[in-house]
Design a protein around this ligand. Structure first.
Ligand code: NBP
Length: 474
């Protein structure tokens, strides 16, 4: 039998995707640099479907029906280039090389252009859902040519998560579009995790609640509008007790958040595109701050309110829940703005509604909330920002008083909430009648003759600051 698809790179992600394909009745040729992984996969899971174990790239390519489909699941960066260099000479025009790793979309654009010259379809494909998602149904974001999607899409849709019977997989757009949206997905994930962590910190310090009690609060929140995978696992993590010490798990884990880089990429690219993704940026910086043991040690004695327990009145938990929801709306709105900006910059024509649809299941940011985003983009007129889409505008209107109370309380108690406060600042900046940017323009003109525009007349102006301070048109 000829295999329908080949998978090379059989660490957790590749092995689980290969098993997922086999379980859906696709004959899968499997290969890994070290053959032991290939053997282990077939020995342990061979009964789940039909695998063709291959020792070399040549064997894998020979095992495939044409046009060939090869899914590469190796470490992003140099290993991906090494594997492409191995496989490309073995492939023929019309064949497809799919990179399911977390590649930078600019690398994907470069690789796609190089392979296109040889007639090979290079498909940069975002895959989200971690290990379990890969096996049971991930969210899949393939870029590349429409032609490659016609040959590959049905198989990917088969193995993707389903929500209301709709697969969490859609063609995103040409070349790097798939990896770009996966990158922003991860950036949004950073922001969402930071906001949840702030909510936890506020309730723990502000109300003096225990991790076990907080697990119940998050489990309860998971039944409402915040219902999402990240809220669900937050409850699980908070409920966990350390076996060695009997203490809450969250209290024995070192408070230094690590990162692999997709959040940082999102912010770097947002800066290049000029998109204010302040929520994602604050989340990346918050992880960075947590990791600076030297700075934290040096600053520990600085004055501020002592951590308090149980001093906050009113229905603070409900205020925090609403503030979390509002801040989350801002973070997602900013992420979708970045996708629109990237799509315009690279002429990808990404459909934000289709994207929200495939993020409803399988991926780490899956949430009931994404259905609301899908609906917002399905409207006859696309909202300029999700904040003004009717559903979200109503939600923000309902939440904004709570949001302000929470940010003010956090400041008074000395609890750092960069996510909540920057989201609120963004909301207030967008809705402001006038911003102090006018003063900044004045300063720029003063020291650098950078000129400014006026509210009442067209044209560009400069004031002779070091002269008689009259205005000239410039
Ligand atoms: P890793 O990222 O840990 O990569 C290990 C695989 O890369 C092994 O198969 C290894 O082969 C292979 N490899 C390396 Br390293 N260098 C190679 C080279 N020069 N030539 C050939 N093969 C090479 O695996 P993973 O965690 O399964 O992730 C795979 C991809 O999926 C990554 O790009 C990752 O970013 C992405 N991803 C991961 C997740 C997740 O939750 N883990 C989620 C979504 C996407 P060997 O066995 O011979 O050493």
């Amino acid at each position: 039998t000829q295999a329908r698809i080949g998978v090379t790179g059989l660490a957790v992600m590749g092995a689980n995707l290969a098993r997922n394909l086999a379980r859906h009745g696709h004959v899968v040729a499997v290969h890994n640099r070290s053959h032991s992984r290939t053997k282990a996969l077939v020995e342990e899971h061979g009964h789940e479907g039909v695998f063709v174990a291959c020792e070399t790239p040549e064997e894998l390519v020979a095992a495939l029906e044409r046009p060939r489909r090869v899914l590469v699941m190796v470490k992003a960066g140099a290993p991906t280039d090494a594997v492409i260099d191995q496989f490309a000479p073995l492939l023929e025009p019309g064949d497809m090389l799919v990179d399911g790793g977390n590649a930078h979309f600019l690398d994907t654009r470069r690789r796609e252009a190089a392979l296109r010259e040889r007639g090979i379809h290079f498909v940069g494909c975002g895959v989200s859902g971690g290990e379990e998602g890969a096996l049971l149904g991930p969210s899949i974001m393939p870029g590349g040519s429409a032609e490659s999607y016609a040959a590959l899409g049905p198989m990917l849709e088969d193995i993707a998560a389903k929500v209301d019977g709709v697969p969490c997989c859609a063609h995103i757009g040409p070349d790097g579009a798939g990896h770009f949206v996966k990158m922003v997905h991860n950036g949004i994930e950073y922001a969402d995790m930071q906001l949840i962590a702030e909510a936890y910190d506020l309730l723990r310090q502000g109300l003096g609640m225990s991790p076990a009690d907080l697990a119940d609060v998050f489990a309860e929140w998971n039944r409402g509008e915040l219902s999402s995978y990240l809220i669900e696992i937050t409850a699980e993590v908070l409920r966990q007790v350390d076996a060695a010490t009997g203490r809450p798990f969250v209290d024995v884990v070192a408070d230094r958040a690590e990162q692999k880089g997709t959040g940082r990429w999102t912010v770097q690219i947002a800066l290049d595109l000029g998109v204010p993704v302040s929520g994602i940026a604050e989340a990346v910086f918050a992880r960075s701050v947590s990791g600076h043991a030297d700075l934290r040690e040096a600053a520990r004695g600085l004055p501020g309110p002592a951590a308090t327990g149980g001093t906050v009145g009113g229905d603070f938990a409900e205020d925090v829940r609403r503030a979390l929801y509002a801040s989350k709306i801002v973070a997602y709105a900013q992420g979708f703005d970045q996708i629109r900006a990237g799509s315009a910059e690279y002429a990808w024509n990404v459909d934000p509604g289709a994207l929200a649809t495939i993020w409803r299941g399988g991926c780490i940011i899956r949430a009931v909330f994404l259905d609301r985003i899908r609906e917002a983009y399905a409207a006859a007129e696309q909202p300029a920002t999700l904040l003004v889409a009717p559903y979200f505008a109503d939600a923000l209107a309902l939440a904004q008083r709570s949001w302000r109370r929470v940010v003010a309380t956090a400041a008074e108690l000395g609890i750092p909430v960069p996510g909540f406060s920057s989201a609120l600042a963004y909301y207030d900046a967008l809705r402001a009648e006038r911003l102090p940017a006018a003063l900044i323009q004045g300063q720029r003109d003063f020291f650098g003759a950078h000129t400014y525009r006026r509210v009442d007349r067209r044209g560009v102006f400069h004031t002779l600051w070091s002269g008689d301070r009259t205005e000239v048109e410039g």
